[in-house]
Write a protein that binds this ligand. Structure first.
Ligand SMILES: NC(=O)c1ccc[n+]([C@@H]2O[C@H](COP(=O)([O-])OP(=O)(O)OC[C@H]3O[C@@H](n4cnc5c(N)ncnc54)[C@H](O)[C@@H]3O)[C@@H](O)[C@H]2O)c1
Length: 326
């Protein structure tokens, strides 16, 4: 298939691109590089450095490549920033998203896989979270992703654009070529590995008095390759229907302390910890159920093991101590 990946120079988008290329698809990466890295774009994919709001460039990209499907990864995704600067999030996650849909419609591209987020659920009443649970986001990031999701059935009804929205929490891990490099880094595993590598003094734990196994918050981590495979698998249903799927590790998830201990074992390094106060709005448990996508699409994560996830991220850091050279 001829697929355009928005945000394909970012962390997850680069791995989606890598897996698509491996499968023999023709891939165009469309990324402004405002956050991503040119060095993250895998060989074998065409690269276009442009913003989604540049509708003319986007339509030209679709026409020149004969695009048949879009995997939409480009977004802003910092929870804290989304609350202090909602305008930025509405512009990039909603307005730019609609610009993408409009260009798709004009160019008759009728298949979309949307990288949404489990932040659409807010503070869920039960765990693990299922797709049928209420969506009541508690931050602008989750709200803007949900706003874009809400447009999708209407674009399908009127213009025939089918979509699969994938909701998940924490992507983690790396491939040999593609790893996680955000600035600022807000994700736990890279932060822990920075402490292991000595580029960060310590890991802060926000509260250890939660009603969990060891008092620290329980979260959900999925290997980035398993996420990428789910995005590619979701392309297959779009000839027939639209859908929404969670991607989660299910089960008991992992506490913050369990992640730190696993990282100590994998790296063999001392990792200093500082225990601080709880952060406002951090639920004790956030774990998504993958039962629906397993049942309906046969998604079967290959790296659902915390040590494997951490080991792959650690290997990437060892081989890319400065991140992507650019
Ligand atoms: N990282 C996670 O744990 C996680 C969890 C759930 C959902 N997601 C979603 O997955 C997607 C990718 O996340 P990531 O961690 O890889 O992010 P990332 O910041 O590494 O990648 C996003 C990419 O999109 C590009 N981009 C952003 N706005 C653009 C625009 N208007 N035009 C063109 N390019 C633009 C950036 O330059 C960057 O390369 C996001 O949509 C995010 O909401 C991520």
């Amino acid at each position: 298939m001829r697929v355009l990946v928005t945000g394909g120079a970012g962390y997850i988008g680069s791995v989606v691109t890598e897996e698509l290329v491996k499968d023999g698809h023709e891939v165009v990466v469309y990324d402004s590089l405002y956050k991503g890295h040119r060095g993250a774009v895998v060989a074998g994919a065409q690269f276009i450095a442009a913003d989604l709001l540049d509708g003319e460039r986007l339509r030209r990209a679709f026409r020149e490549a004969g695009t048949e499907a879009v995997i939409h990864m480009a977004a802003d995704s910092l929870v804290g920033e989304s609350v202090t600067n909602p305008a930025k999030y509405y512009r990039n996650n909603v307005v730019a998203g609609l610009a993408l849909l409009d260009a798709m419609n004009e160019c008759e591209v009728r298949r979309l896989v949307f990288s949404s987020t489990a932040a659409t659920y807010g503070e869920p009443e039960k765990q693990p979270i299922e797709e049928s649970d209420p969506t009541t986001p508690t931050n602008t990031y989750g709200q803007t992703k949900l706003a874009f999701e809400h447009a999708l059935p209407w674009y399908e009804k009127a213009y025939g654009i089918r979509s699969a929205s994938l909701r998940y929490f924490n992507a983690a891990g790396a491939t040999a070529h593609c790893g996680e490099m955000h600035n600022p880094e807000s994700h736990l595993i890279p932060i822990i590995l920075q402490a292991a590598a000595g580029t960060r003094d310590a890991v802060e734990i926000y509260g250890e008095d939660y009603p969990t196994r060891d008092g620290t918050c329980v979260r959900d981590y999925i290997h980035v390759v398993d996420l990428a495979r789910a995005h590619i698998l979701a392309l297959d249903i779009l000839d027939e229907r639209s859908a929404t799927y969670n991607l989660g590790c299910g089960g008991d998830g992992y506490t913050v302390r369990e992640v730190i201990d696993a990282a100590r074992a994998v790296t063999g390094r001392e990792i200093k910890v500082r225990v601080g106060a709880r952060r406002a709005g951090d639920p004790a448990f956030l774990v998504a159920s993958s039962a629906r996508i397993k049942r309906e699409l046969g998604w079967s994560p290959q790296f659902q093991d915390l040590s494997l996830i951490i080991e792959s991220a650690w290997n990437w850091i060892q081989h890319h101590p400065q991140g992507y050279a650019e």
